[in-house]
Design a protein around this ligand. Structure first.
Ligand SMILES: Nc1ncnc2c1ncn2[C@@H]1O[C@H](COP(=O)(O)OP(=O)(O)OP(=O)(O)O)[C@@H](O)[C@H]1O
Length: 273
């Protein structure tokens, strides 16, 4: 297994050395082909972490490396899907042109842009909507366009920041299953932030639980469920229920107990077995 993302002793303090420390001594890795979810209390520093991973800001301490290269600016081979699909698509461009858009700045010739967009739209089940405009689509479909646009870039790492938080429960389940299908088929490496404990366990190969701010990794929990998941049978699986309880308990631990940095995967899995 090769390491795709390596975050080492990452820390960020807003407003200089006497300012507010949002994340501190945060270390973890994401391996190639893994889907890793991050959960943490509200305001613990998840967005600060994602901004550092994207190269959108320079962290005060520590390092981020993507495929062994230090991240100092937004890497070309990284794509991001945000929660707010309505502001991430261009309303004046068709669905196909929205998906092609980032490929233009990457210098791909028109024929390849078209082909990649068509493949990505097919992967998310939107071939028939290619010539429509975002306003003609439901919220769930618009978020599928955002996912297609990210996939078309064939990113080394796909970052997803609460990607399903703005859609209704039924659409959320459908989008979770779509992500699972595409991730498993294409082997995309995904780092996804969510507030939803069930979602994290349902989707992930590993769940990273963060402490309250300043965020550090409380636990790196391996989700030892079969790779094939189903909204009903997986969520009824006693192991799913056990893992969900484990994440909830870790999130509820008092702040003082979280200062001891990360618990190893084996410790957590052994403790919950
Ligand atoms: N530009 C900034 N200047 C000062 N403080 C900031 C800045 N951005 C974020 N913070 C603070 O850092 C802390 C972590 O914020 P961040 O947005 O990273 O948390 P989060 O876990 O993503 O939040 P949420 O769960 O609400 O999405 C918060 O207390 C926030 O107020």
């Amino acid at each position: 297994m090769t390491t795709m993302l390596q975050v080492t002793e990452l820390g960020h303090t807003y407003g200089g050395s006497n300012g507010y420390t949002a994340i501190d001594d945060l270390s973890f890795t994401v391996n190639s082909g893994e889907l890793v979810c991050i959960v943490g209390p509200s305001g613990c520093g998840k967005s600060t972490l994602l901004r550092s991973v994207c190269g959108l800001h320079r962290p005060s301490r520590g390092t981020v490396a993507l495929q062994d290269s230090a991240v100092t600016e937004v890497p070309e081979d990284l794509a991001v899907v945000f929660q707010d699909y309505s502001r991430s698509l261009f309303p004046w461009l068709s669905v196909a042109k929205n998906v092609e858009f980032p490929l233009r700045s990457r210098g791909l010739p028109p024929a390849e842009r078209k082909e990649r967009a068509a493949q990505a739209l097919e992967a998310v089940g939107l071939t028939g909507a290619a010539q429509k405009y975002p306003r003609q689509l439901s919220g769930g479909m618009q978020q599928r366009v955002s996912i297609a646009r990210a996939l078309a870039c064939r990113p080394a790492l796909l970052l997803m920041d609460e990607p399903f938080a703005s859609v209704d429960a039924q659409t959320r389940s459908e989008l979770e299953d779509l992500l699972l299908k595409v991730q498993r088929e294409q082997g995309t490496t995904v780092l996804l932030v969510t507030h939803d404990i069930d979602e994290s366990v349902y989707l992930a190969h590993r769940v990273l639980v963060l402490s309250t701010a300043p965020a550090s990794v409380v636990a790196d929990l391996r989700i030892d469920l079969p790779d094939e998941r189903d909204q009903i049978t997986t969520k009824e699986d006693p192991r799913f229920i056990e893992l969900r309880g484990e994440v909830a308990r870790l999130l509820r631990r008092p702040e003082t107990e979280t200062e001891d940095s990360s618990t190893s995967t084996d410790e957590v899995v052994a403790a919950s077995a």
